[in-house]
Design a binder for this molecule. Structure first.
Ligand SMILES: [Mg+2]
Length: 135
């Protein structure tokens, strides 16, 4: 059986967090790519980078997470990726808005330590994989 590392694209304007999560996911068996803006992320995707998982911040200068989400979904840019919000926006309105785009998960950074973020992403990813096998 082919055993490829899951490819995760982390989008966050906070360089410290971006670096920290990149290291954490790399150490846990993911192939990591990162972008500090929506423009950079969409550029990578349009050049052919196809992540299995997109971790998406909401509050960012330039395009915010919702605009990126809208762009990804409307143009079907990552049809095979699961999209998980990784944000400090914990308001129900933000969660509902993100869910309306058809996301796969929502993690609040402030209340989730990095190792738990990795565990939650793995849980969502494995759940989805199982579902795909069943279908
Ligand atoms: Mg941010």
């Amino acid at each position: 059986m082919e055993n490829k590392l899951p490819k995760v694209l982390i989008i966050d304007d906070d360089k410290f967090l971006l670096n920290m999560y990149s290291i954490k996911f790399s150490k846990n068996g993911f192939e990591v790519n990162s972008a500090s803006s929506g423009e950079e992320a969409l550029g990578k995707i349009k050049e052919g980078y196809a992540p299995d998982i997109v971790l998406l911040d909401i509050v960012m200068p330039g395009m915010d997470g919702f605009e990126i989400l809208d762009n990804l979904k409307k143009n079907n840019l990552v049809p095979n990726a699961m999209i998980i919000m990784l944000t400090n926006q914990g308001q129900l309105a933000d969660i509902e808005k993100a869910k309306s785009f058809g996301i796969n998960g929502y993690i609040i950074k402030a209340t989730t330590i990095p190792s738990e973020v990795v565990e939650e992403v793995e849980r969502i990813y494995n759940l989805q994989k199982k579902t795909e096998v069943k279908q």
